[in-house]
Write a protein that binds this ligand. Structure first.
Ligand code: GLC
Length: 441
């Protein structure tokens, strides 16, 4: 073991590698605004700024809708009832785990898997196969929409690689798969990103909600924009609002450290989704693993023979890390015995270092979007947030609030971060309702 001074130096150099100070936050906001502007103008930008062809709901929407939710390793099929008074109830839900072979196989197999999910759901819950049903498709990947019910996948994120889907209309692919399964009574009436669903869910009951954020496996946000400011929007340029999906996970004007670069280098989408790789649940555990390996190699943590336990990429998940941040012994979770107190404390410290930067970047990205909408922070903004990092990771939401406070002082009180559970299910139904025009008169 090294002497105390050396150890202190190791930690302070790690902390400075992962620091994200107020000055960094201010720079990020400036760059974010530049990228947003370019993205809205259709110029080359790491923020795609995708118009979503839907407005916020009025709260009067009603009816029963089916939703299909694909966003990570789970597929969900849901039935949602809206009561036109802000009430939304999930009356049935089925979950299917997407096998790795399907995530990385042919696109047709992936869409057949989705159609099978719909078929099993209809059968299990006794749906009449001759009665017509509207289905909203929550597809949480970057999609360029040309209407509410069509959109082209620009590129896969979050580790998906199914072939033959990028560049294709995913609603058409789903409709074709439903036909292959002989499901003729279901029409895909709306396509939406999970951020849009989350915004819809919160704004169904809270009119001041104009932004939503996902902090889960991936990270992203959407907000309500005026069509006049969407320079690339070719529809009628009147003064309307339209939700824009930022795809902020791909923001790339942010400095990466050596661990970020090593992580990026081993991914299937090198150079892409840089912000996501620093912030989201898919990657925080991996960053911690790279730090732990490095510390073992340099003799500052555990024993050399323990290295092999952490050798496999993504062996440490963000859930492990979150439990460590909450005080659980991360090494015991891997069956390591005789770990010193120092090792255990080091693991907690690493989990704080990695998650603190993530939360401060996420908070700053929120600050960027809010000040784009309202430069002087004159109005109150509710930001709907969904995802396990925000809800469950100890200290994450506090770190987000801290950076807002550092940036805006007392005016930070104008920004309320509010959990919106299950936006990708309920929100999809609200979008389908908006699309169908079914609402209380
Ligand atoms: C990824 C996707 C994005 C999605 C986010 C959260 O960043 O590209 O569309 O909203 O994950 O699920």
């Amino acid at each position: 073991m090294k002497c105390d001074a050396q150890t202190r130096e190791e930690w302070s150099s790690l902390e400075s590698l992962f620091s994200f100070a107020r000055m960094d936050a201010r720079n990020l906001i400036t760059c974010f605004h530049e990228e947003m502007k370019r993205g809205l103008a259709g110029e080359s930008s790491s923020l795609k700024m995708l118009p979503c062809f839907v407005n916020r709901p009025t709260g009067l929407e009603e009816g029963s809708f089916l939703a299909l939710d694909l966003g990570g390793t789970n597929l969900r099929v849901l039935a949602v009832e809206l009561d036109s008074r802000g009430g939304a109830n999930i009356s049935a839900v089925d979950r299917f785990i997407i096998p790795a072979s399907v995530m990385h196989g042919r696109g047709e197999e992936l869409f057949d898997f989705l159609a099978d999910g719909v078929f099993l759901f209809l059968e299990k819950h006794g749906y009449n196969l001759h009665q017509h049903h509207d289905l909203a498709f929550t597809f949480s990947f970057p999609v360029e929409q040309s209407a509410l019910n069509s959109g082209i996948l620009l590129n896969w994120t979050k580790g998906f690689t199914a072939s033959g889907v990028e560049g294709k209309d995913v609603v058409t692919l789903l409709a074709e798969a439903l036909i292959r399964k002989n499901i003729k009574n279901v029409s895909v009436t709306a396509l939406a990103n999970d951020t849009i669903g989350t915004l819809m869910t919160k704004s169904y009951t809270d009119a001041s909600c104009d932004m939503s954020v996902i902090l889960g496996t991936g990270t992203n946000a959407c907000y309500s924009e005026n069509t006049r400011r969407i320079a690339k929007y070719t529809g009628s340029g009147d003064d309307r609002e339209m939700i824009v999906n930022l795809e902020w996970g791909n923001f790339d004007r942010i400095e990466m450290n050596s661990y970020d670069r090593a992580l990026d280098h081993a991914t299937r989408n090198i150079g892409r989704q840089r912000l996501e790789k620093m912030v989201s649940g898919m990657y925080l555990g991996e960053l911690a693993r790279l730090i732990i390996l490095d510390m073992i190699d340099r003799g500052c943590l555990l024993k050399k023979k323990d290295r092999q336990i952490f050798d496999r990429g993504y062996a440490i998940t963000t859930e492990h890390l979150s439990r460590a941040a909450g005080g659980e012994d991360i090494f015991a979770q891997f069956g390591l015995e005789n770990v010193t107190d120092y090792d255990r404390e080091a693991a907690v410290r690493i989990s704080h270092i990695v998650s603190k930067r993530a939360a401060r970047i996420a908070g700053t990205a929120i600050a960027s979007v809010i000040t784009w909408m309202d430069a002087g922070l004159e109005r109150h903004h509710t930001v709907a947030v969904d995802g396990s990092l925000f809800e469950k990771y100890p200290g994450f939401s506090t770190n987000m609030l801290n950076i807002l406070q550092e940036l805006f002082g007392d005016s930070a009180g104008k920004i309320a971060l509010s959990t919106a559970a299950d936006g990708s299910g309920i929100g999809a139904a609200i979008i389908a309702a908006v699309a169908s025009g079914r609402r209380r008169q």
